[in-house]
Design a protein around this ligand. Structure first.
Ligand SMILES: [Mg+2]
Length: 323
């Protein structure tokens, strides 16, 4: 094991007000803290969470500052007043200028040179403009790819990817729903940019179905979603099928990021390109005695036993929440 290259996500819903918890599930309607708690528990325990549509961002209602009523992530918001999830027009979210500022700051402070751009808004021109602005500001030696979280239709995805061909994207992740089976296959066949599956491949069997069905050309592996055991199965399956992979992020804290980094650094296929390891930078605090540091775009894998980390017992007591 050595080092894992870092990557940073910019885009709609991934700005400063982003919550510490992001679930790829469609249980996006609830009322109040109890519903939210159930939602979290359900998604953690329910394997279907990874298959369901839409990205839902949640944060404990009580953690929101007074007057800051809305949390946004790809069009889904949690309203503090009544706890009801409502939809925001996606174009109200991060602007191209804010994305550029975020990316420049990450490159300056942490040496990160690979950026995932969250897209999937309508009209697609909003995201095309943002990608162009990022490429122009960051230059040709920066790697960019996009993640639509199924926000577009297959036709919108095709139009966007066609217009983005000269931007030089590595790949496009879940631009349209995998459940639109014919449309997604059509997109994969017609796109010059590889199409990666993320929330549609939460188990090895999903990988087999999506890849052999022609609905994806690459796969995102997340240890927060599939643990080491099933992540390993997915990795080996992809290796056997000759499918490219990327290490993804579930808005991991530092412990989750250590897991992702260790797993990513362990295999040639997962260390070939930058992994998604930087979301913990948006969090104010964590539980490790020795915080993670991304320097020059790399996150060193710890050398101690196991993951090489120690939990700060005082912080654990402080943040512990029962019930
Ligand atoms: Mg994704």
């Amino acid at each position: 094991m050595g080092e894992a290259a870092g990557q940073f996500a910019v885009g709609a819903g991934l700005g400063k007000q982003v919550p510490g918890l992001l679930l790829e599930g469609s249980y996006g309607v609830g009322a109040g803290r109890e519903a939210q708690r159930r939602l979290v528990l359900a998604c953690e325990l329910d394997q279907r969470a990874g298959e369901l549509g839409g990205v839902t961002a949640l944060q404990a209602v009580h953690a929101l500052p007074a007057g800051d009523g809305l949390l946004c992530a790809l069009g889904v918001v949690l309203d503090r007043g009544d706890g009801v999830l409502r939809r925001l027009r996606r174009e109200q979210l991060a602007s191209a200028g804010e994305m550029v500022d975020d990316a420049m700051r990450m490159r300056e402070q942490h040496g990160i040179t690979t950026f995932k751009v969250k897209v999937g808004r309508r009209p697609v021109q909003l995201d095309i403009t943002a990608c162009r602005a990022l490429r122009e500001a960051l230059g040709d030696d920066t790697e960019l790819y996009i993640d639509g979280n199924r926000g577009w239709t297959a036709a919108e995805s095709a139009r966007a990817l066609h217009q983005l061909e000269d931007v030089g994207l590595l790949f496009a992740e879940e631009p349209c729903p995998a459940d639109d089976i014919a449309g997604r296959r059509w997109l994969v066949q017609h796109s010059n940019i590889p199409i990666y599956a993320d929330e549609s491949v939460s188990r090895a069997a999903d990988v087999t179905r999506e890849i052999l069905g022609g609905s994806a050309t690459g796969v995102s592996i997340k240890t927060a979603r599939t643990g080491f055991t099933h992540s390993q199965r997915i990795h080996h399956l992809c290796e056997g099928l000759g499918v490219e992979v990327v290490i993804g992020n579930q808005i991991d804290g530092q412990i989750g990021s250590v897991c992702n980094a260790a797993f990513g650094a362990a295999y040639e296929a997962t260390s070939r390109r930058a992994g998604e390891l930087s979301n913990f930078l948006d969090m104010r605090d964590d539980l490790l005695t020795e915080p993670l540091i991304i320097k020059d775009g790399t996150l060193p894998v710890r050398q101690g036993a196991g993951l090489g980390i120690d939990i700060d017992e005082d912080k654990l007591r402080h943040y512990r929440h029962d019930g």
